[in-house]
Design a protein. Sequence first.
Length: 299
Amino acid sequence: MNITRPAVRPVPGTPLTGTFAAPPEAGPDDVTLWWLGQAGFALRHRGGLILIDPYLSDTLAEKYRGKLFPHRRMHPAPVAPEAIRGVDAVLCTHGHTDHMDPGTIRALLPHNDPRFVVPRAERARALERGVPATRLTGTTAGERVELDGGITVEPVPAAHEHLEQDENGDHRFLGYVLTVGGVRVYHSGDCVPYDGQPERLRTLRADVALLPVNGRDRHRTENGVPGNFTVQEAAGLCEAAGIPHLLCHHFGLFDFNTVDPEDARDTLRRRATPLSWTVPRVGDAYVLTPGDPTAKEDR
């Protein structure tokens, strides 16, 4: 796989505050990324700040208290949603609460006026969760959304665990390819492999793929918890789609729906391919620089 890799450089120990200030190591054209836990991310490029699937409350623990899967956090939220400032856009890949969280949405709104981008098929749910109608943009696969600061969002289908469309043909589960500065970042949303996925992604030429790696099994699926890629499947998708860097997520928050990060690292180390990868740590900053041929994976 002859590719020019983006740099994905960890900057551990950088304090995470509600302003999401880029670390000193970030250059003016770099993108700084923070993993917020589960599928949540923050991306900073110059003055712009985007959140993707932020779950920063205990909404699910309250909802599922005393149930088979109680959804108790294994780690606290790395930042309080009410402390966040300067959000330009919030992207939700689908309507599940850990991706479109009313607790986080309502805590953000008193101090931010972001644009919300959600699947058009989940517009009604977004309004129920507290998204203001005047700030809501519905979209579906094959469209293109322009955000402030020259940032573009290209939705693609996601299969969680199946491709689903509403009566209008709009996809309920989406991934997004974001062009931020000179970096193209693919967040798959919750997803498993599906026919035609590598070919579709290859045409979109992502530099970095943010993929969920908590896997799936019959016990979880039959009890209302659809699954995601395994680590092997996530790496295989990047290789097949020509995406040079994999950044794993969707582990470590709920004990019934996770993988051991050290096992994930071991799996990726054993792959005899040039794929670069990161198994991130919650709250740490990662600086993304496009087109760096010397980038190394975070081992």
